[in-house]
Design a protein around this ligand. Structure first.
Ligand code: TMP
Length: 236
């Protein structure tokens, strides 16, 4: 599968075209950003870890009949994926309060929600990825009501598969962000599922031990070790 030209470069990944117009190569970078790109750095081996954790997660979801863009792994840092028409939305699911919901609504970090909380954000760095409700999605013409229902249903199903998947690896799936796209009328999961886009807490600790990008966002140190620990627990 020959790599052709760069078709898109995001903050954490680059997409390359291939000789098949329906397939693209997703390359994972070591570069890390936070706060809409205002904070920048590098986490050594992050690309390799995120590619391989994402691959394992996509394979697990596919085995449960949840469609994703994943086709196969090409190298340590690259996967072949189906080309989707992406919705400019981030769908966030929260099992435990932390991050922006704790800040915005004053909910103490660590509180477990009885039912998962779903949120939508507009993918727009210039606007700071604002929180959206369903009316905003309609007024901006970002996705039909039916498509939002489908993404919501898929996100809840993905949570039901991934909660036990990570718990078996002694990891609490605190929250995560998904991006979806369309292919031939079907909605598929795209992007990545990794320590960049999920919050993972060690389930074997009494206190909060963060195994995700919060170590970078909050300047806690030990980010490479946290990513490698997640790689060990998920891929080995
Ligand atoms: P938040 O608490 O900062 O809103 O983050 C919720 C989840 O979304 C968390 O798992 C981290 C993930 N996330 C991203 O993947 N990209 C982003 O730009 C942000 C802000 C959060």
């Amino acid at each position: 599968m020959g790599k052709r030209e760069k078709i898109y470069e995001g903050k954490a990944k680059i997409l390359y075209s291939t000789d098949d117009p329906n397939l693209v190569i997703q390359y994972f970078k070591d570069e890390a950003t936070a706060f809409d790109g205002k904070k920048r750095g590098v986490i050594q081996e992050k690309g390799r870890v995120n590619n391989q954790i994402s691959a394992k997660v996509f394979e697990t979801l596919e085995s449960q009949k949840i469609s994703t863009h994943y086709v196969k792994t090409l190298s340590e840092t690259e996967m072949l994926v189906k080309r989707l028409e992406m919705f400019p939305l981030e769908v966030v699911l929260r099992n435990i309060a932390t991050g922006s919901i704790s800040k915005r609504l004053g909910i103490e970090e660590g509180v477990t929600f009885e039912n998962p909380v779903l949120e939508y954000y507009l993918k727009n760095d210039a606007l700071g990825d604002p929180l959206l409700n369903r009316s905003h999605i309609q007024v901006l013409g970002l996705a039909s009501e039916k498509a939002v229902d489908e993404m919501e249903d898929l996100t809840l199903r993905i949570n039901r598969v991934l909660l036990p998947f990570f718990l078996e690896r002694v990891v609490k799936l605190v929250d995560f962000k998904l991006e979806f796209g369309r292919l031939d009328g079907e909605i598929l999961l795209g992007d990545e599922v990794s320590p960049d886009t999920c919050r993972f807490w060690d389930a074997g600790s009494e206190t909060i031990q963060r195994l995700d990008k919060d170590r970078f966002r909050k300047d806690l140190g030990g980010e490479q070790e946290a990513y490698l620990e997640m790689y060990e627990r998920v891929c080995n």
